[in-house]
Design a protein around this ligand. Structure first.
Ligand SMILES: [Zn+2]
Ligand SMILES: [Zn+2]
Length: 274
């Protein structure tokens, strides 16, 4: 389990949970209880809305506390004094792993292809995409699946909230006092604003993420304009690398799959001569 002590990330975590709790409160108290207390749809919405909230929280917690793919430090410190004067990004050859392994001067360790150093996590992360303050963690090889699931559930919750707000205006409470109707209106406007902001935000990130996965290029590589990893692999195969080899219907469940982590078991070779 990892937890990064980054003030910006911690503020974003508190803000995320505050927003989710507020959305749940408005939907339960000011939409379902106020406009449809006797309706047959009320229990359906209570169960369905809270199921999405539960899945959102589970995938978020997994993304926050999972190891994103930290490159292990060597047991014995490396002598990198010589390398400090040369280019650290120059690939190391003859190490049995092809020619793409490099040395990280900050971690003072060898790192596999596609691993990058994160200044906030202060470690090298395998297949690092970016450091995301909303999960207070890096998005890397091992937690990208949970990060995407989190985005999907935020998107679903945003659309669902908007639909419930519109529904509450189409069939408003007929027996409520002026005071209640006014309060309900203010909460619904705030929820609508929140759902629109988060909905647009996650749609944009999800779009970038899917583009990156399907083009086999992380955000870091896109900035560095490294296209060397694009091997023209099939799109389905690229998706299974992130979501695991289970049935696509299981891709949105925030739990580990054995096959998903099978390919991470290869221990990097850390002791070889430079
Ligand atoms: Zn590093
Ligand atoms: Zn990071």
């Amino acid at each position: 389990m990892v937890f990064i002590r980054d003030p910006c990330g911690i503020v974003c975590l508190i803000f995320t949970y505050g927003a989710v709790i507020y959305a749940d409160y408005v939907v339960m108290r000011w939409i379902i209880l106020t406009t449809m207390p006797m309706s047959i749809w009320a229990p359906f919405h209570v169960v369905f809305f809270n199921t999405v909230v539960f899945l959102l929280v589970m995938s978020h917690l997994k993304a926050v506390f999972s190891d994103p793919g930290t490159v292990p430090l060597p047991a014995d410190r490396l002598d990198v004094s010589e390398l400090h004067t040369t280019n650290s990004n120059k690939p190391i050859s003859g190490n049995g792993h092809g020619s793409e392994w490099t040395v990280c001067m900050r971690c003072e360790t060898y790192r596999p292809p596609r691993a990058h150093h994160c200044r906030i996590c202060k470690r090298c992360i395998r297949r690092m995409d970016h450091h995301c303050p909303w999960i207070n963690n890096c998005v890397g090889e091992r937690n990208q699946k949970y990060f995407l699931q989190f985005l999907v559930y935020v998107g679903i919750l945003s659309v669902y909230s908007l639909a419930l707000v519109v529904g509450s205006w189409v069939s408003p409470c007929t027996k409520c006092s002026e005071n209640i109707i006014e309060k309900q209106f203010v909460h619904c406007i705030l929820l609508m604003f929140e759902a629109l902001v988060f909905g647009v935000f996650v749609t944009a990130i999800m779009n970038d993420q899917l583009y990156a996965i399907l083009h086999d290029e992380t955000a870091v590589e896109a900035i560095q304009q490294k296209g060397a990893y694009r091997l023209n692999r099939r799109k389905y195969q690229l998706l299974t690398e992130v979501f695991g080899h289970g049935h696509p219907l299981l891709w949105l469940l925030p739990c580990d799959s054995v096959s998903h982590f099978a390919r991470y078991q290869e221990i990097p070779l850390l002791s070889h001569e430079v």
